[in-house]
Design a protein around this ligand. Structure first.
Ligand code: PGA
Length: 251
């Protein structure tokens, strides 16, 4: 795992947006795994700006978002699907047919998870997966537990994860669904390259736990140690808290 330190959250976003845009231009056809949340807001802003300035062609880009709330889908104002439409998909030249998304309103959620797993496999897997990290060490909505799921599944959210999402629900915690559909750890580790964004000091403990050479289901992000191509992009507030014994190596 490589840790890259940037002075600010905006510099993290700019660097990763540039990398994604360059990969889209170089490869033409590419499949991305994408996150939602507060963290990637600046990333998508930068990616839209670069895509417009450089006329980046998104028509052969496929995307799969990593999670969606149970009970919510594309028609809902608080769905993750709506978040992505608003912040990225409506602003770049992506073909809507190439947008993969979990449907939290599907009548059979187990079948929906299986469909999604197959869709990612049929697309040839994820070329680059972008992830945030929860303050509790979750990646996508794989929450700390005694055991983790390999495949796409329905997850029960920790209160802290629901609280971290309350802003997207007008600050009303009770409106944040208690469960979500999420890709699993095998889906994550099956991506060819992974970029994790961790900004703001509240993420420092999770990053430190993720970077220890111990893999534990109590910190799902620690499973990223098992992947050969993971970069964690952190801002200075996170970096300042990573130093000391057991600190992480960085570039
Ligand atoms: P956040 O979520 O960006 O809203 O903090 C990160 C994550 O859970 O992936």
């Amino acid at each position: 795992m490589t840790v890259e330190v940037f002075p600010t959250e905006a510099a993290v976003a700019e660097s990763l947006a540039r990398r994604l845009a360059d990969e889209i231009v170089e490869r033409g056809t590419t499949t991305l795994g994408l996150p939602t949340g507060r963290t990637p807001l600046l990333l998508y802003e930068a990616l839209v700006r670069i895509s417009r300035a450089d006329r980046v062609d998104w028509t052969r880009v496929r995307t799969f978002n990593v999670d969606e709330f149970e009970g919510l889908g594309s028609g809902d104002a608080t769905s993750y699907r709506r978040f992505m439409d608003e912040h990225l998909f409506s602003k770049v030249s992506i073909d809507p047919a190439n947008v993969g998304f979990l449907d939290g309103r599907a009548p059979d959620l187990g079948a929906e998870c299986a469909r999604y797993e197959r869709a990612i496999a049929d697309a040839g897997g994820l070329d680059r997966l972008v992830l945030g990290i929860g303050a509790n060490g979750h990646i996508a909505f794989n929450e700390p537990a005694d055991g983790l799921h390999a495949d796409t599944h329905v997850a029960t959210l920790e209160l802290t994860s629901r609280a971290a999402n309350a802003w997207w629900f007008g600050g009303e915690l009770h409106r944040v669904p208690p469960r979500a559909l999420t890709i699993g750890l095998a889906t994550v580790l099956g991506a060819r390259a992974i970029s994790v964004i961790a900004t703001g000091e509240s993420k420092a403990d999770a990053v430190r736990a993720a970077c220890q050479r111990t893999v534990t289901t109590r910190c799902p992000a620690s499973f990223l140690q098992l992947h050969a191509d993971v970069t964690v992009l952190v801002d200075q507030p996170v970096a300042d808290l990573l130093d000391g014994p057991g600190g992480v190596s960085r570039r």
